[in-house]
Design a protein around this ligand. Structure first.
Ligand SMILES: [Cu+2]
Length: 167
């Protein structure tokens, strides 16, 4: 009787906001979250951990979210000390047998023109599209900044340079 209860409590304490995981073929998805932004922010940055347990590479090639004008996969490039965002060429590579975190090295999913402000705890539904695995509906949870996430996103150049060209 004791052990299951303790385990259940431990789970509640450790992962209140990252409980949801998903799987689609060989792709495991977890920790789908969006950085809380100021109320009038024109963009939101979303993150997800992707584990490819298959024997062939795959790619995250797109994200769609109802009400959001567009979702782009971005990487960050530092030029002359200024971080700028650029669309990923061909999506996010998910090498066979590896785990890739969208959110590391300045990578993120840019939700452009969300329909309303979102606060900590809100949820945003989205569909992730993979080159081989197909597509899956997931829920991103809006959270305040936390350690380990990419810093200073809202301080980046959001003028459209690098985001509107070529897309
Ligand atoms: Cu961006």
């Amino acid at each position: 009787m004791k052990t299951p209860l303790l385990l259940a409590l431990a789970c509640l304490m450790v992962s209140p906001t990252m409980a949801q995981t998903y799987s689609l073929g060989d792709i495991g998805l977890s920790d789908t979250w969006i950085q809380e932004a100021p109320p009038r922010a024109p963009t939101l940055a979303g993150y997800v951990t992707l584990e490819n347990s298959g024997s062939t590479d795959d790619r995250l090639i797109g994200i769609e979210s109802a009400g959001v004008e567009k979702v782009e996969l971005h990487t960050s490039v530092v030029t002359d000390g200024i971080a700028r965002m650029a669309p990923m060429e061909g999506g996010l590579l998910l090498p066979a047998g590896q785990t890739v975190v969208l959110g590391e090295d300045g990578t993120h999913a840019m939700f452009i023109n969300p329909p309303k402000p979102y606060r900590d705890g809100d949820e945003i539904a989205a569909t992730l599209v993979f080159e081989k695995a197909g597509q899956i509906d997931v829920t991103f949870t809006v959270e305040r900044r936390r350690d380990g996430a990419m810093g200073g996103h809202e301080g980046m150049n959001m003028s459209g340079e690098g985001t509107s060209d070529g897309q």
